[in-house]
Ligand binder design. Structure first.
Ligand code: HEC
Length: 117
């Protein structure tokens, strides 16, 4: 293999995952299916005031009305370990790309709620 061919092959190998993730990002989400998968999210992301009481009190980001591509990107980053949070790491470990697309479709269309004190 010439040096040039080797470099081309290396570049292709390095770009392949980026291409693959761009492909999966285009997965169509189904909000109907997403609505059946939110049970595991609602305990934290669905409560008024957006706080959890256990194991510690922390604010939970509001994701209803968020752009679906942002939601999918965030979920993938937790699953890949590029973004870290104990709850979200554990949750996303069990989600497929299709689950993430469906959840994102659901949450992006969910009505915005105002936090109540
Ligand atoms: C145990 C509580 C809990 C559960 C259950 C949970 N989340 Fe989260 N989620 C959090 C917290 C806390 C954060 C903020 C973490 C951080 O600071 O990175 C977060 C962050 C996120 C973010 C990034 C928001 C942003 O603005 O960047 C998304 C998207 C998200 N969660 C979606 C989900 C989905 C979808 C589910 C269900 C499959 C889910 N979460 C289940 C607590 C939870």
């Amino acid at each position: 293999m010439t040096r040039f061919k080797l470099l081309t092959a290396l570049a292709a190998a390095a770009l392949a995952p980026i291409w693959a993730s761009a492909q999966t990002a285009a997965l169509a989400g189904d909000p109907q299916k997403g609505s059946q998968k939110v049970q595991m999210c609602q305990g934290c992301h669905g409560i008024l005031g957006w706080r959890t009481a256990y194991p510690e009190v922390y604010h939970v980001p509001k994701i209803a009305g968020q752009h679906p591509a942002y939601i999918v990107a965030a979920l993938k980053e937790y699953r890949a370990g590029q973004r870290k949070h104990p709850s979200m790491d554990a949750i996303t470990a069990s989600l497929s790309d299709q689950d993430m697309a469906d959840l994102a479709a659901y949450y992006s269309q969910a009505p915005l709620q105002t936090a109540v004190k």
